[in-house]
Design a protein. Structure first.
Length: 674
């Protein structure tokens, strides 16, 4: 056993043993192999460590670094104007009217100015101590120096104390001394003009549209700054709508940004929730920063959350987004508790984020980012700071807007229920692709498939269904009888909705799914026509069906596929001549017209569609050549009021319907007096 663990005895090398080949991998590894990169050489050797790569995105990151320095001056209250100009030769210039980078000798390097130290030394800057900037985007002291290192040429102009100073650099090294360029009595601030090095970035150049978007987003982020953008017209390609000049100033801040992006016809559930608030102070009472937000609650459309910290975009989110989500979730759940709605507890942050377009901008002290590109905020305390600041404001906003708050809660619960339905569907084995489509047994389908001119009639009861089947055009018209009054989906639970066979048959017949599984391309008919009796019960059934479509298949309405048939209530016959009347008022008008002629007038009232002869039903209600259809619409500009009306008349709260009756009771009396 001991032999197994003992080291073999080395033998002397024989003359026949081949010599070890020489090569770089076998050279001596001693102190002389240790390379020391000084100054900015590490940046040029490994640019990806500092700006994420050498592609077009990394190139534009240089522009963001210089612009962020000017934005820090603006946020600190020392500047209010920034000029950005793109010139031929891939030269970008950024100028602000701030304090100007210091030009006096640096205490640790008396032979160099503070400007030169900042531009040639990594981790040198005025943002470490917090004395020069309370909050800032440049935190690592590498922004300007990295841009300098990766630029073929950089010119700097500093206006301080009524004097203009200039210095030039090439690939990170000064090529001229810092020198006075004359008096500057009416100027202050810093101007940096640089040309990215083609040795690093190859053929990549600045894109005007991308730079303009960057400037625009920065102007939105701080309402106290004006950014003046300009670009040589020769650099803007044909078809690019980027302006050659623009003044970017947005007093409304993030709210202006969000409104501009969404446009005037956004399907809003409630007005914008926006504002600005200080973060809770530090233990010693010192200022901790602030937060600005703008939130649009959407009934449909793409959701989004775009966040920033100290004007730096954070596309990967971070702790400030966590605090924002927690504030919205806890606030909406608390509102549900006040309203005694138990289902509010099922809402998650994802349900809320799926119904908002939001912009969030936090300004905090000493933020910590993930990596030099600062794509994610990792400051642990930011989550609690933002949650505390935003939660109180959100609670107040909900309390001041009860109808909108109720609508948001209702929609969030719908999303939560839809999420739970999707989870259940994942547990259900998928049908075989070869399995034949199963259609409801009561559906009498048309022979033509998936054509725009096909239509399905939803009728009440088998009797009306029988008449409609005889009156229809078999090629293009389908008929689905429904059993009496369907479920009121606005007040029913999700369990009742899923268990309702009538609605399941209806969704299956349409073929396009419902909720978030809705797919308009799978709709089997060009028109969906609600055809009910021309009486109060028929109107009630039509209301229930419209509520169902509005809540479960809203895109069907928005795309103009839902209609109401207009069957007559009376038939007036005078000899061989017959006319139809839609209602009592229409009957009286037509009887007065017929009375001018001689002959007895016979009045027949249709008890329902089932009692109407198929020939009459076809002529008055189903034949496209002679019928009248009403298209059901939900105007984009009235989305919020429409949703509130549906919720009040068809929702879970009878007191809202009672209030509506009280409010409109007098108008009903006046109608009866006519």
């Amino acid at each position: 056993m001991s032999d197994l663990f003992s080291a073999p005895t080395p033998s002397r090398k024989s003359a026949s043993t081949p010599a070890r080949p020489k090569g770089p991998e076998n050279e001596a590894y001693d102190a002389s192999a240790i390379e020391v990169l000084e100054g900015l050489e590490p940046v040029r050797r490994r640019p990806g460590m500092y700006i994420g790569g050498t592609d077009e995105s990394a190139l534009h990151h240089l522009a963001a670094e210089i612009l962020d320095n000017s934005m820090d001056e603006a946020v600190a209250g020392h500047a209010n104007t920034i000029d950005v100009h793109l010139a031929p030769g891939n030269r970008l210039s950024v100028r602000d009217n701030g304090r100007g980078i210091p030009v006096d000798p640096h205490p640790r390097f008396p032979d160099r100015s503070a400007l030169e130290v900042i531009l040639t030394t990594l981790h040198a800057g005025g943002k470490f101590s917090g004395k020069a900037y309370a909050t800032s985007g440049g935190l690592h002291g590498v922004g300007s120096s990295v841009v300098n290192a990766l630029s073929a040429h950089m010119d700097v102009e500093i206006a301080r104390d009524r004097t203009l100073w200039q210095q030039s650099y090439e690939r990170g090294k000064p090529v001229t001394p810092l020198q006075k360029a004359g008096a500057a009595p009416n100027r202050r601030g810093t101007q940096i003009t640089f040309q990215p090095d083609p040795e690093i970035f190859g053929t990549h150049v600045f894109v005007p549209a991308r730079l303009y978007k960057l400037c625009r987003s920065k102007a939105f982020l701080f309402r106290g700054v004006t950014i003046r953008w300009s670009c040589d017209p020769s650099l803007i390609k044909t078809g690019d709508d980027t302006p050659a000049e623009a003044v970017l100033h947005f007093p409304g801040g993030l709210a202006d940004s969000l409104a501009d992006e969404l446009g005037p016809n956004a399907p809003l559930l409630a007005p914008f929730w926006s504002g600005e608030a200080p973060l809770p102070p530090q233990a010693d009472g010192a200022d901790n920063g602030k937060v600005e937000w703008a939130v649009a609650f959407l009934e449909s459309g793409p959701a989004s959350l775009i966040s920033y910290c100290n004007t730096i975009p954070t596309p990967l989110g971070g702790t400030h987004e966590t605090g924002f989500r927690n504030a919205l979730l806890k606030g909406l759940r608390a509102w549900g508790d006040q309203r005694s709605i138990k289902k509010a507890a099922s809402i998650t942050a994802e349900d809320i984020l799926g119904m908002i377009a939001a912009r969030l901008s936090a300004f905090i002290r000493d933020p910590q980012f993930q990596g030099q590109t600062k794509e994610k905020l990792t400051t642990a305390e930011a989550s609690k700071l933002l949650e505390t600041a935003l939660r109180d404001r959100f609670d107040h906003w909900l309390a001041q807007n009860p109808p909108q708050a109720d609508a948001l809660l209702s929609f969030a619960i719908e999303r939560a229920e839809e999420r739970l339905r999707r989870r259940e569907l994942k547990d259900t084995p998928r049908k075989s692709a070869t399995r034949r489509l199963r259609l409801p047994g009561k559906l009498t389908d048309c022979t033509r498939e998936h054509a725009p001119d096909t239509e399905i009639f939803l009728v009440e009861g088998d009797s009306a269904g029988g008449s409609a089947k005889q009156a229809r055009n078999r090629e293009t018209q389908a008929v689905l009888p429904l059993r009496g009054k369907i479920l009121n989906v606005a007040s029913a639970t999700t369990e009742k909705l899923r268990a309702n066979q009538e609605l399941r048959d209806l969704i299956e017949a349409l073929g396009c799914g419902s909720g978030e599984r809705f797919d308009l391309t799978k709709l089997r008919y060009g028109r969906v026509i609600i055809m009910t009796d021309a009486d109060v019960d028929g109107a009630h059934i039509a209301s229930l069906l419209m509520t169902f479509f509005y809540r479960e298949l809203p895109e069907l309405i928005r795309n103009g596929h839902l209609y109401l048939a207009q069957p007559p209530l009376y038939r007036l016959t005078q000899g061989a001549y017959s006319v139809y009347a839609m209602d009592d008022a229409d009957r009286e008008r037509k009887m007065a017209t017929l009375a001018k002629k001689r002959g007895k007038i016979d009045v027949s009232r249709f008890k329902g569609l089932g009692e109407m002869p198929p020939a009459d039903l076809k002529e008055t209600t189903m034949d496209p050549r002679s019928r009248t259809l009403l298209r059901v619409v939900a105007p984009p500009e009235d989305r919020l009021s429409t949703r509130e009306r549906v919720e009040s008349l068809m929702g879970r709260k009878p007191e809202l319907r009672f209030a509506f009756i009280q409010e409109h009771a007098r108008s009903v009396d006046e109608l009866l007096d006519i």
